[in-house]
Design a protein around this ligand. Structure first.
Ligand code: G3D
Ligand code: MG
Length: 187
């Protein structure tokens, strides 16, 4: 491995975990951290953790989703590379609020370069919406200016979470290769 390759692996990639209260944000973050379900309490304010996947460092900000906190989400936006939007797949009533929040974020200047991973969480619940239904409702196929990916998951068991992370690391891998390619041209 070259010195430059090693350097790119030390870069930290900022991730914000957003979604309405009770969607499962904190449970997902703890699954990432310890691969086992822990008891969670409502996030008060914010919480940041570092995780490393396949030599890629992520700084993950778990941002509280209660209505009173949503207006301050934008204070976390600068330098964000990934938005993880967690959806409670059983909560049909509030999916319209999630949709509003999603498009508000995508229109924000500080997030114009961010890629979006949507977790359709709580797939273990009877009668939940599928990822395809959520994708249609959120009109994800209309999003052309941000890379996006939807992944169904169950944060309690951890099912689907690794696939979501893999999508993120593969995007970084592509960018890293591109960066190394251009650096190589310059030197
Ligand atoms: P938040 O951080 O988005 O507010 P939490 O949400 O991670 O605190 O989770 C809210 C509740 O949903 C928790 O239940 C948690 O256990 C539950 N939950 C999270 N993910 C799943 C899932 O995939 N399936 C099911 N069935 N429940 C899930 P409690 O009862 O602790 O409030
Ligand atoms: Mg929380």
């Amino acid at each position: 491995m070259t010195h430059l390759q090693a350097k790119t692996e030390q870069l930290e990639h900022k991730v914000i975990i957003v979604g309405l209260d009770n969607a499962g944000k904190t449970t997902i973050l703890y699954q990432f951290l310890m691969n086992e379900v822990v008891h969670t309490s409502p996030t008060i304010g914010s919480n940041v953790e570092e995780i490393v996947v396949k030599n890629t460092h992520f700084l993950m900000w778990d941002i509280g989703g209660q209505e009173s906190l949503r207006s301050s989400w934008n204070t976390y936006y600068s330098n964000t590379e990934f938005i993880i939007l967690v959806v409670d797949s059983i909560d049909r009533e509030r999916l319209s609020i999630t949709k509003e929040e999603l498009y508000r974020m995508l229109a924000h200047e500080d997030l114009r370069k961010a890629a979006v991973l949507i977790f359709a969480n709580k797939q273990d619940m009877k009668g939940c919406m599928t990822a395809a239904e959520i994708s249609t409702y959120l009109t994800l196929s209309s999003i052309k200016d941000h890379p996006w990916h939807i992944q169904s998951c169950c944060a309690l068991t951890g099912e689907g979470l690794c696939q979501g992370l893999e999508w993120m690391t593969s995007r970084i891998g592509e960018q890293r290769n591109l960066l190394l390619f251009y650096l190589d041209l310059l030197t």
